[in-house]
Design a binder for this molecule. Structure first.
Ligand SMILES: Nc1ncnc2c1ncn2[C@@H]1O[C@H](COP(=O)(O)OP(=O)(O)O)[C@@H](O)[C@H]1O
Ligand SMILES: [Mg+2]
Length: 229
């Protein structure tokens, strides 16, 4: 196995008014390709800040983030957006589907950004929706779908560009327990196919679906779940 990414002494500080708040406190984390990791922590502990840095949506105040042998701090905006578009699939708590587009069109969206032609992206979007079990919902709009189905559309959209990393921030936070478990089973299948999966959650039962758990508490990252046991 080879290293997917490596975080070394990552610090993130936010400045609000006259105050400095250190939200990530010297975080070190190494992920192997093909891992399924949960980042577990309560609200306000720094989970989304971690996700933003892992997903190249934000940069740390100090420290080094190396993603597949590239020093992320030395890349320009274009290079970062290329990584986000082609290598990482994002899944969010509130699905973030576009309400005026049906399931197909939502899944096609990242493929439009990737420059794929109409026929090819229709075909691929259809395949992805079948993959997540929505063969019979392709032309439903988000408000015509249940929460679990909307999250499946969002997962199909995340998978469309064939990312090597699936990065999910509280993906079951808006779902009931049974539906959340189904989404976790889907993540496990995607991980079995060789994709690296990182899931952020405040819910220990959900976190336990991953093979490895790290705990974040007040910006300090530690291996395991001791604080919760
Ligand atoms: N853009 C920002 N500006 C200032 N403070 C922020 C910003 N984003 C997050 N924070 C603060 O950082 C801390 C961690 O936030 P966050 O990473 O969203 O936590 P979590 O996702 O675990 O709930 C919180 O105290 C939050 O108020
Ligand atoms: Mg959050």
């Amino acid at each position: 196995m080879s290293t997917y990414f490596s975080m070394r002494d990552i610090v993130k500080t936010y400045h609000v008014g006259d105050e400095d708040q250190m939200v990530l406190k010297h975080v070190n984390l190494d992920i192997e390709e093909g891992e399924f990791l949960s980042i577990l922590g309560p609200s306000g502990s720094g989970k989304s800040t971690m996700m933003n840095i892992i997903g190249c949506l934000d940069t740390p105040t100090s420290g080094e983030y190396i993603l597949k042998d590239r020093k992320i701090g030395s890349l320009n905006q274009h290079q970062l957006s290329q990584i986000r578009c082609h290598e990482i699939g994002f899944v969010f708590q509130q699905f973030q589907l576009l309400p005026r587009m049906d399931a197909m069109e939502n899944v096609e969206l990242p493929l439009i950004y990737a420059g794929m032609g109409l026929d090819k992206r229709r075909q691929l979007a259809r395949k992805m929706l079948i993959r997540v079990g929505l063969a019979d919902r392709m032309h439903h709009y988000p408000n015509q779908l249940s929460g679990g189905q909307q999250q499946r559309v969002a997962i199909a959209r995340a998978l469309a560009v064939n990312p090597t990393l699936l990065l999910a921030d509280e993906p079951t936070g808006a779902l009931d327990q049974a539906t959340g478990r189904q989404v976790m089973e889907l993540f496990q299948e995607l991980n079995d196919e060789g994709r690296t999966v990182i899931m952020i959650t405040h819910d220990l039962a959900i976190a336990r679906h991953a093979r490895r758990i790290v705990n974040i508490l007040d910006g300090v990252l530690t291996e395991g779940v001791s604080e919760y046991d």
